[in-house]
Every structure is written in structure tokens, then in C-alpha cells.
Design a protein around this ligand. Structure first.
Ligand SMILES: Cc1cc2nc3c(=O)[nH]c(=O)nc-3n(C[C@H](O)[C@H](O)[C@H](O)COP(=O)(O)O)c2cc1C
Length: 183
């Protein structure tokens, strides 16, 4: 089984989650390859031939980032009051734009995640809702419900979230294996 993880990340938190999910996937023998790729390096066809496509991004203004919110994030990184470092691959496109050009899938599975601030979800919003909808619109069948991973006020993931992301990867494989057995 071939898995592709496409992520967007301004300050590194969503990249770290993507890498932890990949480690979780790779702990299962049924996953042959996992490609983890920044959205700025992901071609429109990277997902072609993948059995599983996982897409994640940071929550900006309650949803997926836009050019304006990414420009704001660049300003945050320049602000000495904040301890944020811009990812070298960050400036550019986002998962919103990448998903718009995603080719229709026939039969692949999909899963969505995001990172967001540690507030009640009703206040924070969650980019993964919109990512989940976009994957469905392009023919991907949900393998597990969309998930959020929490970042602290200063930028990095909250403690325990790295491990929870790895466990989420394992949960995805378990769900794929269960559905394969029942077919
Ligand atoms: C312009 C901007 C808007 C944001 N809006 C929200 C928001 O509405 N809700 C939220 O929970 N977090 C919000 N955040 C915090 C981001 O979710 C956080 O920076 C992100 O999860 C970090 O992931 P990254 O390091 O991969 O970019 C915002 C961040 C930026 C830069």
C-alpha cells in the first residue's frame, strides 16, 4: 500500500505532525511506502496512484490558510516579540489551492488533519473540516474522522501531541486493515 502525506506549515508544527503520522503508518507492515511532502513541493500528480492520501495544514482564521493569512504569518515570524521561525519551504501556496487542482480519485482513501490553537474548537475553528470536505469532493473515502493537533501560544506542539499524531497514524492503518478484511 502506498501512502502520501501532503502538508502545509508556516512555523514547523504541522510538518512535525505530518512526520509523526508517517512514523505511525510505517509501524505497520501493510504500508509499503510513505511520501511526506510540503505542499510547495507537491506536484498536482503526487497523489496519483496513492492508495491513501493524508492532507494537513495549519488553521488560519478558523479554516484553511489563504494568501493573506500566510502573509500575516510571515509578519509574525519577523516579529521579535514572538519566538516563531519561518519554515524554509513556507512561502508559497497552501493546501486550499493544492486541493482545488487535485485530480478526481477512484477508490483511494483519505484523511484530513490540522494544527490549531489550544482553545475550545468552537472558538478556534479547524482547517481539517474543510480539508475533509475537499477530499470527499474529489472522490476520497474517509478512513478516519478529521483530527486536530494542538499548538501552544508560542508556536510548538503541545506536549503529548507528537505521540498522539503517531498514534493517529497507527489508527489509520488499523482502520484500513479492518476494512480490507471485511471486503
Ligand atoms: C494569520 C494566522 C491566523 C490564525 N488563525 C487561527 C485560528 O483562527 N484558529 C486557531 O486555532 N489558530 C489560528 N492560528 C494559529 C495557527 O493555527 C498556528 O500558527 C498553526 O497551527 C501552527 O502550525 P505551523 O507551525 O505548521 O504553521 C493562526 C495563525 C496565523 C499565522
Amino acid at each position: 500500500m502506498k501512502a502520501v502525506i501532503v502538508y502545509e506549515s508556516m512555523f514547523g508544527a504541522t510538518r512535525e505532525v505530518a512526520q509523526a503520522i508517517a512514523a505511525g503508518l510505517l509501524s505497520a507492515a501493510s504500508i509499503a511506502t510513505v511520501t511526506v511532502i510540503n505542499v510547495n513541493q507537491a506536484s498536482e500528480t503526487i497523489a496519483a496512484g496513492a492508495d491513501l492520501l493524508i492532507v494537513g495544514g495549519p488553521t488560519h482564521v478558523h479554516g484553511m490558510s489563504r494568501p493573506e493569512s500566510r502573509a500575516e504569518a510571515v509578519k509574525w515570524a519577523d516579529d521579535p516579540e514572538r519566538t516563531l521561525t519561518l519554515e524554509p519551504e513556507a512561502p508559497g501556496t497552501g493546501v486550499r489551492e493544492w486541493l482545488e487542482s487535485l485530480a478526481e480519485s477512484t477508490g483511494a482513501r483519505g484523511a484530513a488533519f490540522d494544527t490549531r490553537a489550544d482553545f475550545p474548537r468552537i472558538l478556534s475553528g479547524a482547517a481539517s473540516n474543510a480539508i475533509h470536505k475537499a477530499l470527499g469532493k474529489h472522490g476520497y473515502t474517509e478512513v478516519v474522522p478529521a483530527e486536530s493537533f494542538l499548538v501552544s501560544k508560542d508556536g510548538p506542539l503541545e506536549s503529548g501531541e507528537h505521540d498522539r499524531a503517531q498514534a493517529w497514524g497507527q489508527q489509520i492503518v488499523a482502520s484500513l486493515e479492518t476494512s480490507a478484511r471485511s471486503h
